[in-house]
Design a protein around this ligand. Structure first.
Ligand code: ADP
Ligand code: TRP
Length: 331
């Protein structure tokens, strides 16, 4: 049987350059190279655990779908769907919750981190925790197990969730007989951490991001804000410690990067380095930005693409659900 690669994409905030380099680009490359069947989906109902504003929920769900499509995700090659279009996910989540001990959820990092924060602030330990957040790993296990996934590419923070999915699958298989494939996570080890405007890791939590699909004007403004040291023009600069250089190399051709390295040695001014960074980033982003704007202007088209993906996904999901219902004796 084919290997199955599956990953979920949460509609969070505005997608930034760090998300692109650290998560989207490697996932697209994996789908491109692999001979396996790949499923990528918008985990919109996971987003509902914290995103509780109807307009924002809708806009971000479309925005994240448009982002992936604009950057080259090919829906002919990858089954690309919206989680909430697959009712089987939620039925399976319930069934799995009945074989999952509450203690396993208590030990999940994301939940534990909130409890610890509440403890430190002298609040009740479950302040701000809804049941969706508490059982988040079970819904994620349902996403994964429903498609008999073998490989789940994730960021480091999600490793534990995939391990929990594996534990739940083992528990179910032990109780009801062999049903689910045991999934494994994969994490890209070589991925650079993209620095933000202030030199720390680019993250929406630090308010230091460069959004991926802003206007050229705003892109230029953001780049002009990247923090630099006070080495004057004409004096050599170290590419290894420069945020501008770290970003430049992600968007430039290898020859351009080498050329830029030389310019650093020759004492390029920070202003000039920023101008060159803007040029390479903007020329890379021009095409995807246009595509993104086109997609966002025609949401029915995004719906059509996602429905078609959901149609394919549901056909596969039905096979697993038939087996699961059978196993638990709901014939
Ligand atoms: P944020 O830190 O902005 O909240 P998320 O935690 O939502 O971003 O990250 C989504 C994905 O993007 C994760 O896989 C994460 O590893 C990746 N990512 C986020 N920021 C960076 C960064 N600065 N460099 C590389 N990858 C990043
Ligand atoms: N929890 C993941 C995140 O925060 C998103 C996600 C939901 C996911 N379901 C998944 C990832 C299934 C991999 C497989 O990024």
């Amino acid at each position: 049987m084919d290997r199955v690669i599956l990953t979920g994409i949460k509609p969070t905030g505005e997608v930034h350059v760090g998300n692109y380099i650290g998560a989207i680009k490697p996932a697209l490359q994996l789908a491109e190279q692999s001979q396996s069947s790949a499923l990528y989906f918008i985990a919109d109902y996971h987003g509902l655990t914290f995103l509780q504003d109807a307009k924002e929920f809708s806009r971000l769900s479309y925005s994240i779908a448009a982002t992936w499509l604009a950057l080259g995700l090919n829906p002919e090659q990858v089954t690309f769907y919206r989680q909430s279009d697959i009712p089987d996910v939620f039925e399976l989540a319930w069934i799995l919750s009945c074989v999952t001990s509450k203690g396993l959820m208590n030990r999940a990092h994301a939940y534990k981190a909130i409890v610890d924060r509440n403890d430190e602030s002298g609040l009740d330990k479950d302040t701000g925790v809804n049941m969706g957040l508490f059982t988040y790993p079970i819904l994620m296990a349902a996403d994964i197990l429903l498609f008999q996934s073998n490989q789940v590419p994730v960021g480091k923070d999600q490793i534990q969730h995939v391990e929990i999915a594996r534990d739940i699958a083992e528990e179910f298989n032990k109780k009801f007989g062999d049903t689910f494939t045991l999934p494994s996570y994969s994490v890209e080890k070589e991925i650079a951490v993209i620095p933000g405007l202030d030199g720390r890791k680019m993250s929406k939590s630090y308010n230091n991001t460069i959004p991926l699909f802003d206007s050229p004007n705003n892109l230029q403004k953001k780049i002009s804000k990247i923090k630099t040291d006070s080495i004057p023009p004409g004096e050599p600069k170290d590419p290894a410690t420069s945020s501008i250089f770290s970003l430049y190399r992600q968007f430039a051709m290898p020859e351009q990067t080498e050329e830029m390295r030389k310019k650093y040695m020759e004492g390029i001014s920070w202003g000039e380095a920023k101008r060159e960074l803007y040029e390479v980033m903007n020329s890379f982003l021009e095409g995807p930005r246009r595509k993104y704007d086109e997609l966002m202007a025609d949401r029915q088209n995004i719906d059509r693409i996602l429905y078609e993906g959901a149609r394919k996904a549901r056909a596969q999901a039905a096979l697993t659900m038939e087996l699961v219902r059978n196993r638990i004796g709901r014939c």
